[in-house]
Design a protein around this ligand. Structure first.
Ligand code: SF4
Length: 376
């Protein structure tokens, strides 16, 4: 039986790969790779944007948003000049806005301190906000063809199975990175990294399609019939049910939106003020310890943020000038970092760029609820 790799018996983390395994993988990739928009133009900037968008977001959901984003901000300079709120609007649908915030901060540094040219060393790449080891290695290998092996969830699964590496979780990462480095095709590191990830995304999936795999003969997990049990499943984070109430506070200037980083959700974007209700594991937010009695609108909607299963409720009230002033003073006293702005009903979802804003509106329509003062 010809082996795709040899493992030195004395050293668990030392492997030698057969160069033919790499060749088979590359040939498969060149023939089978998906024609994805972000593969058309592989500048460091476009790779950076696509890699950040792909964190936590599926390719199909990310593609249309990526194209719109790149149409509006085709070069790092275009993004660096943009207002954060506009960038957030183009991020709508991707969620996890801290990614957009970090991307913007990083691109501004790139333009102002690196003359708009993405660095070529790992250390400099890692100095940019929002760029961790995976993203740095992906950009440097895919856009500059530099010899850095990437390790994302897909690559980990493929490599673990190829070499029958049984450990999983963060503790296993250094050993897996060594395996990835040894497997790297030094002539075509960018293609190689994309090929490993593509194989993991389409063939070497949790229930692997080994009969379609170009590396079947080289894979130790397959040869030992262990392909479905490697890597060991990590325990899923326990789901937390949460009831959250959003407040529509109407003032003369519009609906009040707030932003402050000390809260649990929406740390980076403006949102309607919200509070947790019923049983929950988090501290109460003292910002909402106000003297108001907003009326419950009797509507609810469902939403998920990471492992939180949210049941959303909505209350509203009108604030006269005096109570608005009191509330704002109270906000600023409790959270000096708080930022305030106003929106109207029409642009709620662009100013509060979360699908929650859309859900609140849709729930109104579905229930036929007429909300006084919010028709426009
Ligand atoms: S043979 Fe199966 S388990 Fe091994 S790399 Fe291919 S798809 Fe994954």
């Amino acid at each position: 039986m010809r082996a795709g790799l040899k493992q030195k018996e004395t050293d668990q983390s030392s492997y030698e790969f057969d160069p033919k395994t790499n060749l088979k993988l590359r040939n498969w990739f060149l023939k089978e790779k998906r024609d994805l928009a972000f593969r058309k133009n592989r500048t460091p900037y476009s790779t950076w944007v696509s890699e950040i968008m792909l964190q936590q977001t599926r390719v199909a959901a990310m593609l249309p948003l990526y194209e719109k984003f790149m149409d509006r901000f085709p070069k790092p300079e275009d993004l660096a000049d943009a207002e954060e709120e506009e960038v957030f609007r183009y991020w709508q649908g991707l969620g996890y806005y801290s990614r957009a915030k970090n991307l913007l901060a990083g691109v501004r540094i790139l333009v102002n301190e690196f003359g708009g040219k993405f660095p070529r060393t790992l250390d400099e790449a890692l100095s940019l906000p929002g760029i961790g080891p995976y993203t740095a290695r992906a950009i440097l290998s895919i856009s500059y063809n530099l010899s850095f092996a990437v390790l994302d969830g897909n690559a980990k699964r493929v490599l673990s199975r190829l070499v029958l590496f049984k450990e999983s979780g963060p503790k296993a990462d250094p050993a897996l990175q060594r395996i990835a480095d040894l497997f790297l095709n030094l002539e075509f590191p960018g293609d190689h990294n994309e090929a490993v990830m593509e194989l993991g995304a389409r063939i070497c999936i949790p229930k692997p399609l080994c009969t379609e795999c170009p590396l079947q003969n080289d894979c130790l997990a397959y040869r030992n019939g262990l392909q479905e049990s490697i890597p060991e499943m990590e325990k899923k984070k326990k789901e937390i049910p949460l009831n959250i109430r959003f407040y529509i506070l109407k003032t003369k200037q519009g609906i009040l939106l707030v932003r402050y980083p000390e809260r649990r959700f929406f740390k980076t974007i403006y949102s309607l003020p919200f509070s947790f209700e019923g049983k929950h594991p988090y501290d109460a937010d003292p910002v909402l310890d106000w003297n108001l009695k907003p009326s419950d609108l009797g509507i609810k909607f469902k939403h998920t943020i990471t492992h939180h299963k949210i049941q959303g409720f909505v209350s509203e009230t009108e604030l006269d000038q005096k109570s608005e002033k009191n509330i704002l003073n109270h906000f600023r006293k409790i959270r000096p970092s708080i930022e305030i702005k106003y929106c109207n009903w029409k642009n709620l979802e662009t100013e509060f760029p979360s699908s929650i804003a859309k859900k609140i509106k849709q729930t109104f329509v579905k229930d036929g609820t007429v909300l006084p003062g919010l028709e426009n």
